[in-house]
Design a protein around this ligand. Structure first.
Ligand code: 6PG
Length: 246
C-alpha cells in the first residue's frame, strides 16, 4: 500500500496527473480506461486538467467511466457526469465516444445491469472480471467509497459488476461498481482530502482488520496490489507515522 501525503490539493493533483500521464504516454497501450470518482474532491483535479497545455495528455487515448453515479438526470446538480462535464469535458478534447456515463435517468436496477454489461464489453479482463487501468476513488467521512455505504456493506460482495445502492441520509438511489470490479482494477488511487476524513483514514490504514468489518473503503484491496492513498496533510494528520509530504 503506497501512502503519499501532499502539502496542498494542487500538489496532490499534480502527482496524480503525473501517474495518469505516465500510463497514457505508454506506447504499448492504445487505450487507457479510467473510472472517475464523484463528489467534490475531483473538482479541483478536473479544473487542474482543464488548464493543462493542450498536448500535455493525449485525451483521445482515454476512455472515461464512472465508479458510481447518482440516479438523477445528467442535467441535475447532483450528477457526477454533470460535474465532470462542467469542470473537465467542456475544456478538453475528449471524443464523445470515449465518454461512458452511467445513465442516472434510467431505472437503477436496469442501469446497473446495462452498465455492468458495458464494462464487460469495453474493458480488458483480469481473472474474468472487467479491469480498469486506473480507478479513482474518494472516501466519505463515514468510510464509504464509490456508492457502497457502511449500512449496505454487504453490497461489496454482490456477484454482479454493478449494484444499486441507497444514500443513508438522503435515500438517494445510486448505481455503483461492486467490490469485485473495484478490486480487479490494475491501479487504484484513493484521492482523499480534508480533516473530516482523518479519523477514517487512520483507522483504515492502521487498523485494517477492524476497519474491514465496518467501512467499504477498507475493503479496497486490489488483486494487482497497486493501491495508492494520495492524501493531503489534513486527511493524514492523525496517522501515527505521518509520511513526509512529497
Ligand atoms: C460520490 C462519490 C463518493 C465520493 C465520496 C467523497 O458520488 O459522491 O463517488 O464516493 O467519492 O463521497 O466525496 P467528497 O469528495 O465530496 O468528500
Amino acid at each position: 500500500m503506497d501512502i503519499q501525503v501532499f502539502n496542498t490539493k494542487d500538489e496532490l493533483n499534480r502527482a496524480f496527473t503525473e501517474k495518469v500521464k505516465e500510463m497514457v504516454s505508454n506506447k504499448k497501450k492504445d487505450v487507457v480506461t479510467i473510472a472517475l470518482s464523484g463528489g467534490s474532491t475531483p473538482k479541483s483535479l478536473f479544473d487542474y486538467w482543464a488548464q493543462l497545455p493542450e498536448n500535455e495528455i493525449n485525451w483521445e487515448k482515454v476512455k472515461f467511466f464512472w465508479g458510481d453515479e447518482r440516479c438523477v438526470p445528467p442535467s441535475d446538480d447532483e450528477s457526477n457526469y454533470k460535474m465532470t462535464k462542467e469542470h473537465l469535458f467542456d475544456f478538453v478534447p475528449v471524443p464523445e465516444e470515449n465518454i461512458f456515463r452511467i445513465l442516472g435517468e434510467n431505472d437503477p436496477a436496469t442501469e446497473a445491469g446495462r452498465y455492468g454489461e458495458l464494462l464487460n464489453r469495453e474493458l480488458e479482463t483480469m481473472n474474468g472480471m472487467p479491469s480498469f487501468d486506473i480507478l479513482m476513488l474518494g472516501m466519505g467521512d463515514d468510510g464509504h467509497t464509490a456508492s457502497i455505504f457502511p449500512h449496505e456493506i454487504n453490497l461489496w460482495n454482490y456477484p454482479d459488476n454493478c449494484v444499486t445502492a441507497t444514500h443513508p441520509v438522503s435515500g438517494q438511489k445510486r448505481v455503483s461498481l461492486s467490490g469485485e470490479v473495484i478490486n480487479a482494477a490494475k491501479n487504484v488511487f484513493f484521492l482523499v482530502t480534508g480533516e473530516n476524513k482523518a479519523d477514517k483514514v487512520k483507522e483504515i490504514i492502521e487498523q485494517p482488520d477492524t476497519a474491514k468489518k465496518k467501512y467499504p473503503a477498507a475493503l479496497v484491496q486490489p488483486e494487482s496490489e497497486n493501491l495508492h492513498w494520495f492524501l493531503d496533510g489534513e486527511a493524514a494528520k492523525l496517522l501515527s507515522q505521518p509520511t513526509s509530504p512529497d
